[in-house]
Design a protein around this ligand. Structure first.
Ligand SMILES: CCCCCC/C=C\CC(=O)SCCNC(=O)CCNC(=O)[C@H](O)C(C)(C)COP(=O)(O)OP(=O)(O)OC[C@H]1O[C@@H](n2cnc3c(N)ncnc32)[C@H](O)[C@@H]1OP(=O)(O)O
Length: 341
């Protein structure tokens, strides 16, 4: 069902122009199999649809961290658009093929010594991801099995419902125990010496309220799952202990995914996300979209109106010497941490 206001709000503007190292290849086989359905540029995004359930999955697939490059942003928009054109689909699960990282936010290498043609394109592609997710006629469920800092948190906030993995002891990969992971989520930009752009900061305000957002933005707080739940940044937190899917859900998800999900955290969030996606898919699309417009159309209109100015500000801000220095330091620390493992 087309949603005229959302479609017109979200029309493209003229500006728009392996597995992770630490996991075995076949850990992600179930997601790879999704590429048989729809896959976009270089399979940076894998997607699959189940018309009977009215549900699709869109999984980000850019190792090692699903950091948002120009190409990944474009692939997300392309896949979402393809799913959107299928009138039988009402819900989408936004997921990640990486068991411990939902998305590490912007690809920080895009920001360092940037190319002056690519930088505005890159920023426009991120704006477009936000517009397409936030203004979609589809109900989008974020399956947050891993870390979601900065623009990774923005992706989740732009969805309709957020399910986060609460961490646990020894998720299994191919039957082997591995170190548990406790994911975090939040807008941590100030920790990089930058500030979240107004539309992203306002999205946090709308999600968790003014004062908590003001403090979280200033400190660049990354919330662990239970704190994120208490703040209202996510809607549900699940662990191995707290959630057992029904046999129907397991069966329906199996039908959607030809290969079983071996990673426990991924499996749990996908099962819960599927339950939620089915719930949304059963609501009258017209009524659901109309209610979404009530809460989202004004802020989307404002964001679209200020898009060009936002891009100009972003580009000039990122190119400042002090900002470049801070970003370089941050990336060096990130690489050092990664090497020391
Ligand atoms: C007007 C101004 C507007 C400013 C716009 C602001 C808007 C958005 C800002 C952003 O989104 S900036 C990005 C913020 N992201 C982060 O701070 C996250 C950084 N990453 C991490 O903290 C960790 O990687 C993690 C996500 C917690 C995962 O930790 P883990 O230990 O599992 O993995 P690592 O070993 O740290 O990383 C693996 C691998 O990925 C590379 N990498 C991680 N994050 C990024 C990234 N954001 N961009 C590019 N690359 C990233 C990391 O360097 C490792 O690679 P190798 O060094 O092993 O090659």
């Amino acid at each position: 069902m087309a949603a005229p206001l959302l479609s017109s709000l979200c029309c493209r503007h003229s500006l728009r122009h392996c597995s992770p190292r630490r996991f075995a290849r076949n850990d992600l086989s179930f997601f790879r199999s999704l590429s048989t359905s729809i896959s976009s540029e270089k399979s940076l995004v894998l997607s699959h649809v189940n018309e009977d359930a009215g549900v699709a999955i869109l999984a980000m697939n850019r190792p090692p961290a699903n950091s948002l490059s120009l190409e990944l942003n474009e692939a997300i928009c392309t896949s979402l658009k393809e799913i959107d054109t299928n009138p039988k689909i009402q819900s989408v699960i936004l997921a990640s093929t990486n068991p411990t990282i939902f998305s590490a936010g912007l690809d920080v290498t895009e920001l360092i010594s940037p190319d002056d043609q690519r930088l505005p394109k890159f920023w426009n592609s991120l704006q477009q991801v936000y517009i397409d997710l936030y203004g979609s006629r589809l109900a989008i469920i974020a399956a947050i099995q891993g870390h979601a800092p900065a623009a990774g948190c923005m992706l989740a906030m732009a969805c309709d419902y957020r399910i986060m993995y609460g961490g646990g002891e020894g998720s299994t990969v191919d039957g082997r125990k591995r170190k548990s992971h406790i994911p975090t989520i939040g807008l941590n930009e100030t920790q990089l010496g930058i500030a979240a752009p107004p539309w992203m900061g306002q999205l946090l305000v709308r999600t968790i309220g003014f004062r908590p957002a003001e403090r979280a933005l200033a400190l660049g707080t990354l919330f662990p799952p239970m704190e994120a739940l208490i703040e209202g940044l996510v809607d549900d937190v699940i662990t191995e202990e707290s959630f057992s899917p029904s046999a129907d859900t397991i069966h329906a998800l199996e039908k959607l995914l030809p290969d079983p999900i071996r990673n426990q955290a991924l499996s749990l969030v996908m099962q819960k996300a599927f339950q939620e996606a089915e719930l949304y898919a059963k609501i009258s699309p017209q009524a659901r979209v109309a209610s979404k417009l009530v809460t989202r159309s004004e802020s989307l209109k404002d964001m679209i109106a200020s898009r060009e100015a936002d891009t100009e500000y972003f580009c000039s801000f990122i190119c400042q010497d002090t900002v470049q220095k801070n970003l370089k330091k941050y990336v060096e620390a990130l690489k050092k941490k990664s090497k020391s493992k």
